[in-house]
Design a protein around this ligand. Structure first.
Ligand code: DHE
Length: 500
């Protein structure tokens, strides 16, 4: 008899089963149910194993009711079977509730664990160093298909899928590329980092660097990968050739307080990684010019920062805190906060883009709380205008050769719509509804800017390819929740209008 059944029997013998609700009985045993049914795939401490991590940090974006239905019915086309035939409804509810409770042990992920997860499938230097396909290597698109955790490699001239492979569960953030565009690096929310060869369509290496990861950056000289983690709060430095571990750098503030790391980006002209800490007001810069990026230069911030971007020359960092509203500008040369920036709602600076407007750089950011695109002057730091949209949005994209900046209204009631902002009048020029009733989302341009690819974020979604000038639809490729798409040439050129 299992421990759970034994407990139930004891309750019954004592005649308490009728006095206490079934829910309170199963709540007591949810941890045991977890150990009995889930830990083999999801790890003893819910840290993830062959299945994803099941901690509040990992489940934040999923509703508890949806978690209960996955426990009950399983997930199609995955190894997650349904447990509805073995668990009562009260047990399913209690188990789902348990997964949203913080871990009762302190979870760690030391260097030994990272090394134990490292797999080097093939030495890339033994593979051909020219593209083994006939597509333009600088006009490939890497497309994340979130609905079934796959990656597609698409020819950006013919818009044909050349290769498709499974990814780790829940890739998030933009994949990053080696300077020549041969290699692409992915991070998953569960801390998996993968290295893939776009010349040979081969997976080179993978490792798991933490339990809950934010994003990764690749040094512009192609030597280092830096990963930002929430759990444990640290930075992990990897050798970009094979993902072997170089160093774990705990995110400890000057005063010794630990922090989660909001994000890391590469600042090419500075030869450094720039990092913001989420729980202590510090920005870090880690130079990789002469050595691995190991020692942070600490810049005090005036708030806790969890979203940021840069001016085109990477001299200034524009940052916002989800708590305080508005934002601030940090001069990365002097290390001083030079001004506040007047931004409404919750600007999503990481998705913002810049372009030339009346002879100067402006920066536009979507807003995940208000239906507005804020446009800032990057010389005076003044807000030029707030462009009203149909709802809060997530992503923005443009291209130097496009007259429009595209933005979604991801969080609004009319999420089927996508706006095209005229970059010279700063007004809405067009509103398209690519697939009525379905969520229009992320956009990416071809290398020359002539075409763009839009994601319709739905199980029965699609990639839709448009002519960026005439707005004529060129092609539709069915896909299951296509998420971000990344054009190799745009990404390695840190092109105007794309994410960095
Ligand atoms: Fe993202 C990029 C943070 C929720 C899809 N998102 C990023 C980046 C950050 C970030 C810091 C830039 C990383 C990079 O490219 O190196 N995202 C956050 C959040 O804080 C937030 C709001 C809450 C969270 O739970 O993390 C959040 N993001 C989401 C989603 O719910 C999305 C829509 C679905 C998902 O995959 O989880 C989502 N985020 C994306 C995508 C990018 C991204 C597709 C890359 C955009 C690009 O063009 O580069």
């Amino acid at each position: 008899m299992t421990l759970v059944k034994l407990k139930r029997a004891v309750w019954l013998v004592l005649g308490l089963a009728t006095a206490l609700s079934p829910a309170s009985v199963v709540a007591e045993t949810a941890a045991e149910l977890y150990q009995q049914h889930c830990q083999a795939c999801h790890g003893q401490w819910r840290q993830g194993a062959t299945g994803p991590a099941l901690l509040p940090e990992s489940l934040r974006r999923i509703r508890q009711a949806d978690v209960a239905s996955v426990i009950r019915e399983g997930r199609p086309a995955t190894q997650m079977a349904g447990f509805g035939d073995r668990l009562s409804e009260a047990e399913v509810t209690a188990l789902a509730d348990y997964l949203f409770q913080p871990s009762d042990v302190e979870l760690s992920w030391p260097a030994t664990t990272i090394n134990a997860h490292h797999r080097h499938f093939v030495d890339a230097s033994t593979l051909p160093d020219t593209p083994q396909h006939d597509a333009d290597p600088l006009n490939l698109f890497v497309v994340v298909e979130a609905g079934n955790h796959h990656v597609n490699i698409m020819d950006g001239d013919r818009f044909e899928i050349l290769e498709r492979f499974p990814s780790h569960y829940a890739l998030h953030g933009g994949p990053k590329f080696s300077p020549d565009g041969r290699f692409v690096y992915f991070a998953s929310r569960d801390g998996w980092v993968s290295l893939y060869d776009l010349y040979n369509f081969r997976k080179i290496a993978e490792t798991r660097v933490g339990i809950n990861t934010r994003n990764l950056a690749v040094s512009h000289d192609g030597r280092w990968v830096m990963v930002a983690n929430y759990l444990p709060g640290n930075l992990v430095v990897l050798d970009a050739r094979d993902l072997s571990l170089v160093k774990v750098i705990p995110a400890l503030a000057e005063d010794g307080h630990g922090s989660r790391v909001s994000a890391v980006y590469t600042a090419p002209p500075r030869g450094s990684f720039v990092v913001a800490l989420k729980d202590v007001p510090e920005v870090w810069e880690l130079s990789y010019r002469d050595q691995p990026p190991l020692t942070p230069r600490r810049l005090p911030a005036q708030d806790l920062l969890d979203d940021f971007s840069f001016t085109p020359d990477y001299r200034y960092l524009l940052a916002t805190s989800r708590k305080a509203g508005g934002g601030q500008v940090v001069d990365l040369d002097s290390g001083e906060v030079i001004t506040d920036i007047p931004l409404p709602g919750m600007p999503h600076l990481g998705s913002g883009i810049y372009w030339q407007y009346q002879g100067r750089w402006v920066y536009a950011t979507p807003n995940i709380r208000e239906g507005v695109i804020s446009v800032l002057d990057l010389e005076t730091w003044e807000l030029i205008t707030d462009i009203e949209t149909l709802g809060p949005g997530f992503f923005m994209r443009s291209h130097a050769n496009s007259r429009y900046a595209w933005t979604d209204v991801f969080f609004g009631p009319e999420r089927e719509a996508v706006h095209l902002i005229d970059k010279q009048t700063l007004t809405l020029a067009h509103t398209l509804r690519p697939m009525p009733g379905k969520n229009a989302a992320h956009v990416e341009f071809s290398h020359d800017g002539r075409y763009l690819v839009l994601s319709v974020w739905d199980e029965d979604g699609a990639l839709i390819i448009y002519d960026s000038e005439t707005l004529e639809e060129i092609k539709r490729i069915p896909m299951n929740k296509p998420s971000g798409k990344y054009n190799v040439g745009n990404k390695i050129g840190y092109a105007e209008g794309t994410s960095h």
